[in-house]
Design a protein around this ligand. Structure first.
Ligand SMILES: NC(=O)c1ccc[n+]([C@@H]2O[C@H](COP(=O)([O-])OP(=O)(O)OC[C@H]3O[C@@H](n4cnc5c(N)ncnc54)[C@H](O)[C@@H]3O)[C@@H](O)[C@H]2O)c1
Length: 254
């Protein structure tokens, strides 16, 4: 049986660990060739170590930099040809005080969680439009709809990413290129560990209890949704935001 992503070349930003690495592994299993850009060189090289070089390339780079994205895109195309799929996955948390946060700090968050998605889309879209084929998946967050106090301005950036998804979907829909968001809920990765480290120890129990399924997601469960959206099985799905939150957003608090 051939994989659902056979013949595709997919870029995954921040693909060295966590949800991004799960998307890399799932996409490879479905037959794609993968190019990853990540600022964490150690994690990227360690992931590359276990993978076939003819189907996976890692390049260190910072998605806050248009020059890094452009150089990475050139390298990716030289290796594996035009890009057919893009997963804007790299992201960062933010715990700023809205009254004390500096403009520089604000720009830092938005550079990673929002602007980079546009820069990467801008790099890959001309080839997708020419081929009349392509899929972009933006990893947003349930924070685009509901958020926590003290998590500023993550929710604003992720809401922007869902808005960017809708706008781009309208722009490139006539060219048969699709743009969707995936909004994970709590997922067992470094970002969650980092957040829980800022909270009282009982917080983890409360989080699990709040979930209708009594647990949080494994990165593979987010990757499965992304792989579907990248594949031709999702050929009429565009401009959508797919929540993968174990039902968290379906319940009232309390
Ligand atoms: N883990 C969760 O519960 C959760 C929930 C909702 C949304 N998300 C989103 O999912 C995505 C992945 O999150 P994760 O939990 O796997 O996080 P993670 O921190 O484990 O992985 C993020 C990756 O992005 C890379 N990265 C960060 N800044 C970068 C930059 N400037 N340039 C290049 N690479 C950069 C990191 O090095 C890392 O490899 C993020 O966009 C995050 O906001 C995560």
């Amino acid at each position: 049986m051939t994989g659902r992503l056979e013949g595709q070349h997919i870029i995954v930003t921040g693909g060295s660990r966590g949800i991004g690495a799960a998307i890399v592994e799932k996409s490879l299993a479905e037959g794609a060739r993968i190019s990853v850009i990540d600022i964490d060189t150690t994690a990227g090289l360690s992931l590359a170590n276990g993978l076939e070089a003819d189907r996976f390339v890692f390049a260190p780079g910072d998605i806050r930099s248009a020059a890094d994205i452009s150089a990475f895109h050139e390298l990716a195309v030289a290796n594996f040809g035009p890009v057919t799929g893009l997963v804007n996955n790299a992201g960062r948390n933010s715990y700023a005080d809205p009254l004390k946060m500096t403009e520089i700090e604000w720009d830092e968050v938005f550079a990673v969680d929002l602007k980079a998605a546009w820069l990467c889309a801008r790099a890959v879209l001309p080839a997708m439009i020419a081929a009349r084929r392509g899929s972009i998946v933006n990893i947003a967050s349930v924070h685009a709809d509901q958020t926590y106090k003290g998590y500023f301005p993550y929710a604003a950036a992720k809401s922007g990413l869902v808005g960017l998804t809708r706008s781009l979907a309208l722009e490139v829909g006539p060219n048969q290129v699709r743009v969707n968001a995936v909004s994970p809920g709590w997922t067992e990765t470094f970002l969650v560990a980092e957040y829980l480290a800022t909270q009282p120890p009982e917080m983890r129990k409360q989080v699990l209890a709040a979930h209708p399924m009594g647990r949080i997601a494994k990165p593979t469960e987010i990757a499965n949704c992304a792989a579907f959206l990248l594949s031709d099985e999702a050929s009429f799905v565009t401009g959508a935001n797919w929540r993968v939150d174990g039902g968290l957003g379906a319940r009232f608090a309390g």
